[in-house]
Ligand binder design. Structure first.
Ligand SMILES: Cc1cc2nc3c(=O)[nH]c(=O)nc-3n(C[C@H](O)[C@H](O)[C@H](O)COP(=O)(O)OP(=O)(O)OC[C@H]3O[C@@H](n4cnc5c(N)ncnc54)[C@H](O)[C@@H]3O)c2cc1C
Ligand code: SF4
Length: 350
């Protein structure tokens, strides 16, 4: 009997890797530090996902159920891997809960950490209660609470969404583009307009990166159908006066200073490397790339590989990724790991 494959992390990437492996008859041990599977879309309470428009609880929740009900997949929640030794085809992993696992290979799907907006204090988060993040707006929508100003519960009449918060910002060491936040923000803007038709929604941007087919369904539709306004600007600060927030900056198209009042300001936060990546790298004996994401093989012939043979990686653990790509990478990493799982243990160890 072949040894199981270890999948670490049960977000979209890990769920898809585990399901793909089990579909081939391979047994899987899935380990997640959280008490629930589903990764960021479930743990952070996302609302409707882009581009499919499905509720996260339905789409990702369905993936969770499919994994939890599969007899070939054993799930360890509230657990991390603390030791990992051996060689391809014959690894031994130990969990923080004391379980010893003999596995043929490992797929790391440990994802990302949301950017903490307190690291951008001049944009008002942590100072003004009505400065919130996209994650908080997702939670307002998914909980059914509706869009409200946290300070007093009123419905906002004017909302500003600030893009690239914690991304594309060399001053705070975040040089990368987080890929999906332009599209997510356009979607959130349309949802706010749908819920509150009298509310004016503005998106402040440096560049718009609604890549590929998202350009017309999110960027153009948000403007033409939902009347969302886009301002190309460099933001200096968010302050408050008379119970209203003020977004100050420069309109970089007309090159003039602008100060506009709002009731609610939303930070479109980016994807940081998982804060645990140094420990994960030390445990698995793999390397990180210069920003702290898990380094994946830079070659098309071994896309899911890490710097250690037999250890593979998928999803936002490698840098900002969309759910679609995380799922596809989970399946690709499953294929790569499969070779190890089905190799006779003695032969693989030679
Ligand atoms: C506000 C916001 C909205 C978004 N909305 C969308 C959207 O609508 N559509 C879209 O395509 N993308 C969206 N994204 C991006 C989306 O969140 C990611 O593409 C997706 O979550 C990546 O999946 P993943 O499985 O790679 O990682 P994650 O979702 O981060 O899952 C990682 C899993 O690993 C576990 N884990 C972490 N460390 C360890 C450890 N040491 N040991 C064990 N387990 C561990 C975690 O508990 C978690 O379950 C959004 C991002 C943000 C910030
Ligand atoms: S996707 Fe858009 S908001 Fe997100 S970092 Fe890239 S340019 Fe900025």
């Amino acid at each position: 009997m072949s040894a199981p494959v270890l999948v670490v992390g049960g977000g979209p990437a890990g769920l898809s890797a585990a399901h793909a492996l089990a579909s081939t008859g391979t047994s899987v041990v899935l380990v997640d530090k959280a008490d629930r599977l589903g990764g960021a879309p479930i743990l952070s309470g996302y609302a409707k996902l882009v581009p499919s428009g499905e509720w996260a609880r339905d789409a990702i929740g369905g993936m969770v159920r499919r994994v939890e009900e599969n007899p070939l997949i054993t799930v360890h929640r509230n657990a991390r891997i603390t030791d990992f030794s051996g060689e391809p085809g014959k690894f031994r992993a130990r969990t923080s809960t004391g379980a010893d696992l003999d596995v043929a290979s490992a797929v790391l799907c440990t994802g990302f950490t949301h950017f903490d907006s307190v690291n951008k204090p001049e944009w008002g988060f942590g100072t003004y209660p009505d400065v919130v993040t996209t994650t908080q707006v997702e939670q307002m929508l998914s909980s059914g609470a509706g869009i409200r100003c946290p300070s007093d519960g009123r419905e906002p009449e004017r909302v500003a969404i600030l893009l690239c918060v914690g991304s594309r910002d060399r001053q705070i060491g975040r040089e990368w583009c987080s890929k999906i936040c332009c599209t997510v923000s356009a979607n959130i803007a349309m949802e706010i307009r749908e819920h509150l038709p009298k509310c004016n929604v503005y998106i402040y941007y440096m560049d718009i990166r609604t890549f590929g087919l998202y350009e017309d369904t999110f960027y153009w539709e948000s403007q033409e159908k939902w009347k969302v306004k886009y301002i190309k600007a460099r933001i200096a600060e968010v302050t408050a006066i008379g119970g209203r927030l003020l977004v100050k900056g420069e309109d970089t198209l007309v090159k003039r200073p602008i100060t506009i009042p709002f009731d609610l300001v939303v930070h479109a936060i980016g994807m940081d490397p998982n804060v645990e990546n140094l420990e994960i790298a030390a445990t698995f004996g793999i390397r990180l790339e210069k920003h702290g994401h898990i380094l994946k093989a830079p070659t098309y012939s071994a896309m899911s590989g890490t710097t250690r043979p037999g250890v593979f990686v998928a999803g936002a653990a490698t840098g900002p990724e969309t759910i679609d790509d995380s799922i596809a990478q989970g399946q690709a990493a499953a294929m790569a790991a499969l070779g190890m799982a089905h190799a006779p243990v003695a032969a693989a160890a030679e």
